[in-house]
Design a protein around this ligand. Structure first.
Ligand SMILES: Cc1cc2nc3c(=O)[nH]c(=O)nc-3n(C[C@H](O)[C@H](O)[C@H](O)COP(=O)(O)O)c2cc1C
Length: 428
């Protein structure tokens, strides 16, 4: 079902495979969401999976028959079904991935339809395991989980902690369907020159700030801005899907909670809290992405009570203090080899905007600066496309309007290129 909304999933062929975990009851929601986002979806369910979720539901929601284990042995099929499906799918999503299916996959066993598809596919595979906490922590399962991450095109989505169907609270819940959908969108948001390996940021530690800060005026009111946190959070997840370990420091967000899964998150309120968390975390990070929209002023002292309406004008006409420039502070304390990407939301004509952005980049000392105009219709804040210019040492390049997820990958690619160039110039 194609959609008119810009969606990276539009027209893409996605195979959703379901194995025998009770989390399979959530997979129909994922299938429905993928179809609504424009993907062409086929479902495959193992025999244990079919005992837990109805293949009829998966067939109805995907608008196509659901494949069962027995279909692999259909004598009238001209080509083996597992090869047909593996070649058809541009992306395979295994949600949920059971301990048994994980074991077969990690050991290269082709025992069953799902196991054969996982060996036959040459495309990316999103793996979302789900099981009881003790099962998940078992050394054999952990070994298999690490093993599949060695495979070149796997996007592993760690199970999350919570109440499990066995009544235990702990790790083992399947990643939220909304996060699995985001991971699928991320796969199709990489440019045509994307490397074959999906995990090219593996081993990197990334610190990202996102969202607005709030400076309290009195007990009830605060000064803030329109940032939803979407750009920073999507960039954080894009880096994580590509293998990085990501620490997200964020103000109040206007986003689905599921989008924070898999990130180390530190929520903050005002600029001073944001500053102390970032300064502490900077020393252990390889890359800093400063996408938070930090308030420029704060109150010298915020009253504990709520101001009366009549007092507001006179109180607010003075008593403001400038918030120190966080990005400049952080770049001054960077280690050699650390990369810093700043964001700058500007308004005005292109030439004026570029001049201001370049002087900001120099003054703040960051390697890259993304400038996004926020005074143009249909771009900028919230669930809107984004674009603008990317500035580096002595160069600038236009970034055409696109989805924030696609832009995130472009920015990650640019950071990687800057790092490689710096390494090459050190060697020569
Ligand atoms: C009610 C029920 C719930 C189960 N839940 C899980 C689970 O969450 N994760 C898991 O790995 N196995 C779970 N199992 C065990 C698997 O279904 C079993 O290992 C099966 O062989 C998996 O086969 P498959 O990977 O081919 O689907 C469950 C079994 C039952 C009966």
């Amino acid at each position: 079902m194609r959609t008119d909304k810009p969606s990276p999933l539009n027209g893409r062929r996605v195979l959703v495979a379901v194995s025998g975990s009770i989390a399979a009851v959530k997979t129909p929601l994922l299938v429905s969401a993928l179809v609504k986002a424009g993907a062409e979806v086929r479902c495959l369910v193992t025999s244990s999976g079919a005992a837990l979720v109805s293949p009829v539901a998966l067939a109805s929601l995907s608008r196509h028959r659901c494949y069962l284990e027995a279909d692999q042995w259909n004598p009238v099929a001209p080509r083996p079904l597992h090869i047909e499906l593996a070649e058809w799918a541009e992306l395979t999503v295994v949600a949920p991935l059971s301990a048994s299916s994980l074991a077969r996959w990690s050991q290269g066993s082709a025992d069953g339809l799902l196991a054969s598809v996982l060996l036959a596919t040459e495309g990316p595979v999103i793996a979302a395991p789900a099981m009881n906490t003790a099962m998940w922590r078992h050394p054999a399962v952990q070994r298999n989980w690490l093993q599949i991450q060695e495979f070149p095109k796997v996007v592993p989505l760690l199970p999350v902690s919570g109440l499990l169907a066995c009544d235990r609270v702990g790790d083992g819940r399947m990643a939220d369907p909304a996060l699995i959908q985001l991971a699928a969108e991320s796969v199709f948001s990489r440019g045509p020159d994307a490397p074959v390996a999906t995990r090219d940021w593996s081993g990197m530690s990334v610190l990202v700030s996102a969202g607005p800060t709030q400076e309290f005026i009195d007990a009830a009111r605060f000064m803030s801005n329109r940032s939803s946190g979407r750009m920073g959070v999507l960039l954080a997840q894009a880096a994580r899907f590509r293998g990085a370990t990501v620490h997200l420091v964020h103000g109040p967000l206007d986003l689905p909670d599921a989008w924070l899964e898999g990130l180390q998150c530190t929520p903050v309120g005002n600029a001073s809290e944001l500053s102390s968390v970032l300064q502490r975390a900077l020393s252990t990070s390889d890359v800093l992405v400063m996408a938070a929209a930090v308030a420029d002023l704060r109150r010298e002292a915020a009253p504990q009570d709520k101001l009366a309406k009549l007092e507001l004008q006179s109180v607010l006409s003075s008593g403001w203090v400038e918030v120190p420039d966080l990005l400049s502070q952080l770049t001054r304390h960077r280690r050699p080899g650390q990369l810093i990407l700043g964001f700058s939301a500007l308004t005005g004509k292109d030439t004026h905007l570029l001049e201001r952005a370049e002087s900001k980049r120099m003054a703040k000392g960051c390697d890259l600066m993304m400038v996004n105009p926020i005074d143009r219709d249909g771009q900028g804040f919230g669930d809107q496309p984004n674009g603008g210019w990317l500035l580096g040492e002595g160069w600038s390049r236009k970034l055409p309007l696109t989805t924030k997820l696609m832009l995130s990958h472009q920015l990650l690619d640019a950071l990687m290129k800057t790092r490689d160039q710096a390494a090459a110039s050190m060697e020569s």
